[in-house]
Ligand binder design. Sequence first.
Ligand SMILES: Cc1cc2nc3c(=O)[nH]c(=O)nc-3n(C[C@H](O)[C@H](O)[C@H](O)COP(=O)(O)OP(=O)(O)OC[C@H]3O[C@@H](n4cnc5c(N)ncnc54)[C@H](O)[C@@H]3O)c2cc1C
Length: 443
Amino acid sequence: MTVTYEDVARANGLDPARLDVEAVVPMWNAAVSHRAAYVARCRTTADVQAAVRTATALGLPLSVFSGGNDWLGRAVRDRGLVIDISEMTTIEVDVEARTARIGGGVRADALAKETESHGLTPVTGTVGLVHVLGLSLGGGYGPLAGRFGLACDNLLAAELVTADGSVRTVDAEHEPDLLWALRGGGGNFGVVTAAVVRLHRIDPVYSGLVVYPWSQAESVLTRLDPLLTSAPDELTVQTFIMNGPDGAPSVTLMPTWSGAAERGPEATAAVTTLGDPISSQLGPTSWHAMIAAAAESFPPGRNAHFRTRNVASFTPRVVRRLVEAGASRTSPLSALAIHHFHGAATRVPGTEAAFGERRPHRLVEISGMWEAGGPSDAAWADRVHAALADDAMPGGYPNLLGPNDFDQVRDAYGAGAGRLLAIKARIDPDGVFTATPLPMPGR
Ligand SMILES: Cc1cc2nc3c(=O)[nH]c(=O)nc-3n(C[C@H](O)[C@H](O)[C@H](O)COP(=O)(O)OP(=O)(O)OC[C@H]3O[C@@H](n4cnc5c(N)ncnc54)[C@H](O)[C@@H]3O)c2cc1C
């Protein structure tokens, strides 16, 4: 008698009706070409357990899909079984405790919308379409990091389905090592089917965009440097080198003030006087409105090739390199997005989270992007990455690093690398889960 994949699924507790064959999984980056053999549409933790067991029984590579926003498409392994948790979107807010218990597939803007109705705000990235756990497991930079730490620093507990199909409760009391690993070590330990995240009570943020013309790029970036270095925790300034609203290259600054609302205009004023801006549109807004609006600027369906470097500051040479990078883009969609890492995020001790770089820095996200079918700008991103090498700090942001960034991956977890690999060997000895790259043992 022939045993079908349906039989295997059923025997492992997975309803075959929830297992699609060769279904297309939507990826943010249209350049991702690998395709799933099976997609298990999971709605419950039991579904996820059954899907993990089914993948093992079928001998298939396994991956976890939440939103498909990883630029390398790591939510899908070629010819493998994808555990699709995008329907696991419950959100329960505990107003008193200022926490939310969320399903593994919750989007950042959905969480922010729900918590806003309770007067509370989660720590997310800048763009609402990114999913909370995919972001948090790798780190989670965003405009609230200066005040409340990275998204991973606000991850309090998790329900984790591990490679043997069992469920573990992960929190500071039960599995402190695993909690530490999940805070920055990526989706390398199992499927986070649910999590508890910390929420914050803040005023509406004061934010928006200040656009400087390209002719002032060098002087604006030079003057921005001391402002970034001395910014209070409540002020984070993101820098974009990209085409402005008129289609011409620009330095666009996005200050976000998360302190007392009435102080917003005064706290962000210095960002508007670094040169003569073409436009300056700042004002109060809710966190949800801000990240939901940003999502519209980064729609899925374009081709992307990302690289990343961390720099400690904008030295004259770094500024020159950034300006050269802006001028040499060959696609109007390509950009540099520079995240400001300071304040509370720098004060989290290495004992709390696997995320490895706590010194103040600026994360340069080198975003080669082009329309599907158009000429590639991948070589530009690679050139900029190489040009910044001499001025970069070791390591880099795991959510953006690729498997071939050996040196950066080796250094990304600093002194925590050994502990992270020991936990990986204990929890997932056969390497069933592969997400963001981990350092090679012994390197
Ligand atoms: C438009 C855009 C804006 C971005 N902005 C920011 C930003 O402001 N700050 C920042 O830090 N990063 C940012 N990123 C990067 C982003 O954080 C990562 O790409 C992140 O991994 C996406 O997670 P996802 O769940 O949305 O996508 P997916 O591709 O579905 O997941 C990414 C990885 O995480 C794993 N994973 C996801 N959920 C789980 C889970 N519950 N359990 C186990 N593994 C899981 C997946 O298997 C995969 O390997 C941005 C990316 C994009 C495309």
